[in-house]
Design a binder for this molecule. Structure first.
Ligand code: PEP
Length: 256
């Protein structure tokens, strides 16, 4: 199973800040011959420069969102072919901030996943329950419904090409983290749901944990058998912390 450490930069950094962070990650990771796959997701304006600077390195570049249509009169949006033409290889979809602030629905997320796969870009599909849903004991059902809505229409060979990120909404940017047991239980649940699309899907789709993951709590989380790495927000903005997370994943998952 692949291990992946992905950084979601959200709406942070200006041009120089993005260049400095990319360069710090490049110099900090060049002596790491083995280890997890590393993905960074800068904001749209900096994708091109991030792709150029990371070419030939171990760092892949992701967008944080895309539109499902190939082109058209959708002011302010960015299409998958546009991302493809820049050399972007991954795209986060369905992040809870997109769902919460921009009204993104499960159906739209499903269409975005289809468009990305069509163009050979790997979707990093985010799912996760809100605080009240966990407190009400509905977290497994909520995540199951999200997965079904997003992946239901896709053929198994396509589902096998995605990355899932479990991000409990109550843990994102709050400093609260799922316990290792909570993460493992949900990841195992997601893996069993993926298994309904075939054994290969269950075996090959990495499931990342996201939600206030940092170098202090990562070892315990990454040690869970069904946690295949992390989608990192705040700690991805500080090169030393993000590189520490890459090193921790390398050690914990024995990637030598
Ligand atoms: C995220 O938003 O994807 C995320 C995991 O953020 P943070 O690590 O800051 O909680």
């Amino acid at each position: 199973m692949r291990t992946i450490i992905a950084g979601n930069w959200k709406m942070h950094k200006d041009l120089q800040g993005a260049i400095d962070l990319v360069d710090a990650l490049l110099s900090g990771s060049k002596d790491m011959p083995a280890g997890p796959a590393v993905v960074i997701a800068p904001a749209f304006p900096f994708l091109g420069i991030a792709v150029e600077r990371t070419r030939g390195s171990r760092i892949a570049v992701a967008a944080q969102n895309c539109h499902q249509a190939a082109q058209g009169a959708y002011t302010g949006e960015v299409s998958v072919p546009m991302l493809k033409s820049l050399g972007v290889s991954h795209c986060i979809v369905g992040h809870s901030e997109r769902r919460q602030y921009f009204g993104e629905t499960d159906a739209a997320v499903g269409e975005k996943i289809g468009a990305l796969l069509e163009h050979g870009i790997t979707p990093i599909y985010c799912c996760g329950e809100r605080k009240e849903e966990r407190e009400g004991g509905r977290h497994f059902d909520v995540v199951g419904t999200q997965l079904k809505a997003a992946l239901g229409g896709l053929a198994p060979d396509r589902i096998g090409r995605i990355i899932v990120a479990y991000e409990p909404v109550w843990a994102i940017g709050t400093g609260l983290t799922a316990t290792a047991q909570q993460a493992q239980d949900m990841h195992a649940h997601i893996r069993s749901l993926l298994g309904t699309h075939g054994d290969v899907v269950a075996r090959e789709v990495p499931i990342l944990y996201g939600g206030s993951c940092n170098p202090k709590n990562a070892e315990e989380l990454f040690a869970c058998p069904d946690v295949n790495g992390g989608l990192i927000g705040g700690a991805a903005l500080i090169a030393e912390q993000f590189l520490d997370l890459v090193r921790i994943a390398q050690l914990v998952k024995h990637l030598n």
